[in-house]
Design a protein around this ligand. Structure first.
Ligand SMILES: C[S@@+](CC[C@H](N)C(=O)[O-])C[C@H]1O[C@@H](n2cnc3c(N)ncnc32)[C@H](O)[C@@H]1O
Length: 408
């Protein structure tokens, strides 16, 4: 018994959280090692349990809050800590916003090696709760569980409600639960996507009382059609300001929209440029993007179903000078060949929309090294209660016109 207690004691530490890192963990130093603590707040003094050691890095979880940070609040959700969805509910909303700006700044300095301090604006979400208009729910039909993955695992955390979902999705979660859990009707069903439009909710795969309907949303005077089968942004209230910042006063002859989804940026770009070429790998999304262009009666935009790297590899040089290139890749950012292809096109202006500051910084480093200058960085709190943040970075080429432009 004594030795078990001794062992338990060995695994605990008292730490003070210095700051929150990209990825959402709190950083502390103790007994010669760097400790990453989940669900911590900057300034917390904590007793933590070491869960895992990797060289000089220890990964820990909170056992006791010895002295709470001044920005710590009681997380209101009963699933917080077990559910893998939210990891910032322990912070005041102000502190969440400040922490996200610091995370972006940290990535720009450490990964992109940008030494001069960058001004980063932050646009708060209109709703700190009930903002999420798209969800991906996990299903364990044998155990009758529906919800999100548990933190750091692929076990399903059963959630009866979720406070970040918009009301329509909250109701859908309840109906889906009543539909699929009483009977083990679909043991092969592993996950469900749901998205809210102006008319109703679209669910994929289709369930007894829900269809994979096409829904639409009106954003900045454009109408977008989509369904649960294709990507659409999560926090719809922030899309108009996001568009304004990402496009600003851009206009001219040719624009490219990489990773275009259902065409969120393609439509407004087509109002400002003579020609727009948009690239997206997901066939269902490109189908919607073409439909959205047609419904908007725009004839100057085309959508190519392709992986960005493949398309860039083939098109280089054939489009003439590119005035503006917008890219909005998934969390993993760009592949090496994507950046090489963008540099071969040498667009005069780049607008990089990103949902991961670390991969954004990695890609910016390459663009800056190749002759682009960073003009502005703006953050949007698309995902309150989580460490995730959307960033729009504007760049322009320093030495225009490059020799290749006149040859095209
Ligand atoms: C973050 S979403 C952005 C979509 C769109 N710009 C929007 O705001 O709604 C990224 C999109 O990139 C697509 N995608 C992922 N990898 C890709 C690749 N290698 N080539 C082309 N599209 C890709 C996904 O299908 C998804 O639609």
């Amino acid at each position: 018994m004594e030795s078990v207690r001794e062992k338990e004691k060995e695994k605990t530490l008292e730490v003070e959280i210095e700051r929150v890192l990209p990825g959402g963990m709190g950083l502390a130093h103790a007994e010669g090692s760097t400790v990453f603590v989940s669900l911590a707040a900057p300034g917390d003094v904590l007793r933590v349990r070491i869960d895992r050691v990797q060289g000089k890095l220890s990964f820990a979880s909170i056992i006791e809050i010895l002295k709470p940070s001044p920005v710590r609040v009681e997380p209101p959700c009963p699933y917080f800590g077990r559910c893998g969805g939210c990891d910032f509910q322990q912070l005041t909303y102000e502190a969440q916003l400040e922490t996200k700006v610091e995370i972006i700044r940290d990535c720009l300095r450490r990964i992109a090696k940008i030494e001069t301090p960058v001004e980063i604006s932050m646009k708060a979400s209109r709703n700190e709760w009930r903002y999420r208009a798209r969800a991906n729910w996990q299903v364990d039909s044998a155990a009758k569980l529906l919800g999100y993955f548990e933190r750091g695992s692929n076990r399903v955390c059963d959630v009866e409600y979720c406070a970040v979902l918009v009301t329509e999705l909250e109701e859908t979660l309840e109906k889906v639960r009543n539909d699929i859990l009483p009977e083990r009707s679909a043991p092969q069903l592993r996950s469900i996507d749901a998205v809210v439009g102006d008319e109703c909710v679209s669910v994929s795969p289709p369930l007894e009382s829900f269809k994979t309907d096409i829904v639409s949303r009106q954003i900045a005077n454009e109408t977008y059609y989509f369904s649960a089968e294709s990507f659409f942004q999560i926090n719809h209230d922030l899309l108009e300001p996001l568009l304004v910042t990402a496009l600003a006063d851009a206009k001219g002859k040719t624009a490219i929209d990489l990773y275009c989804g259902v065409g969120l940026f393609t439509l407004p770009l087509a109002r400002r440029f003579e020609r727009v070429v948009s690239i997206e790998a997901h066939p269902k999304a490109t189908e919607f993007a073409r439909h959205n262009i047609e419904s908007a009666k725009l004839q100057n935009a085309e959508v190519v179903t392709a992986r960005v790297g493949d398309w860039l590899n083939q098109c280089s040089g054939s489009l003439g000078p590119i005035d503006f290139l917008l890219l909005d890749p998934p969390r993993t950012g760009c592949e090496n060949r994507d950046i090489a292809g963008i540099l071969a096109l040498r667009p005069a202006q780049i607008s990089y929309v990103s949902c991961d500051p670390a991969t954004l910084a990695r890609d910016l480093k390459k663009l800056i090294a190749a002759g682009y200058s960073l003009d502005s960085v703006a953050a949007f709190d698309m995902f309150p209660q989580t460490h995730h943040v959307e960033t729009v970075t504007r760049l322009s080429v320093r030495d225009l016109p490059p020799p290749e432009r006149s040859n095209r």
